[in-house]
Design a protein. Structure first.
Length: 179
C-alpha cells in the first residue's frame, strides 16, 4: 500500500512543485501544505474524512472555512481537487514528496539529529558543517531528544543513518556476541 500511496501522491507533488517553481513560491507552498496537513491530523477532522455520512461538499466547505485565512487560493484549489478525487488522505505523502523535490532543487537536505540530551547551537553548527562536507548540500537540522539513547547522537539524512549513540553501540556489540 505504501508504494501505491507514493505512486498516487507523485503527480500531485510534481504539479505543486512546478507551480511553486513558476511563481517562486516554494516557502508559501511549504507553509500551506504544512497547515493543511496539521488540520487533517486533528482527530475530529480525521474522523469526518472517513465518515461516510459526511459528504464531499460538507467536507470541502468545512476545510475551506478553516483554511481560508491561512492558505493561498492555489492551495485551497488543491484541497478541492483532492476531495473531488477522493485523495485527501494522501496529502501528508504529497507534502513529503513536494518537500523532497523542493530540497533537491534548492540543494538542501533535512537532517534530524536525535540525542539523549539537548543539542547546543555550536554542536548543531559542527554537525551541519561536517554533513555539508560529506553530502555536498546545505543542511537544515531539526533536533529531537530521546533519553533512551543514553549518550551520543543518531543522525538521519534521507536514507543515510549515522548511529553514534550508546544505545546503537550496545546493540551492535550484542549482535557481535550473538546476544
Amino acid at each position: 500500500m505504501a508504494l501505491e500511496e507514493s505512486t498516487i501522491a507523485r503527480p500531485y507533488a510534481e504539479a505543486i512543485f512546478r507551480a511553486a517553481q513558476e511563481s517562486d513560491s516554494f516557502a508559501a507552498w511549504s507553509d500551506a501544505l504544512e497547515f493543511v496537513a496539521a488540520v487533517l491530523a486533528e482527530p475530529s477532522i480525521e474522523a469526518m474524512i472517513v465518515d461516510p455520512r459526511v459528504g464531499a461538499d460538507q467536507l470541502e466547505k468545512l476545510l475551506l472555512e478553516i483554511c481560508a485565512d491561512q492558505v493561498p487560493v492555489e492551495a485551497a484549489n488543491l484541497v478541492r481537487l483532492l476531495i473531488a478525487n477522493g485523495r485527501l488522505a494522501n496529502l501528508p505523502t504529497i507534502r513529503g514528496q513536494y518537500e523532497a523535490l523542493k530540497q533537491a532543487a534548492e540543494g538542501t537536505i533535512q537532517v534530524t539529529v536525535t540525542s539523549a540530551y539537548v543539542v547546543h547551537a555550536a554542536e548543531k553548527t559542527a554537525i551541519a558543517a561536517a554533513l555539508k562536507a560529506r553530502l555536498g548540500k546545505e543542511v537544515e537540522i531539526a533536533t529531537e531528544k530521546d533519553p533512551s539513547l543514553i549518550g551520543g547522537v543518531r543522525i538521519r539524512a534521507g536514507d543515510l543513518v549515522i548511529d553514534g549513540s550508546i544505545q546503537g553501540r550496545l546493540r551492535q556489540l550484542a549482535t557481535e556476541f550473538g546476544i
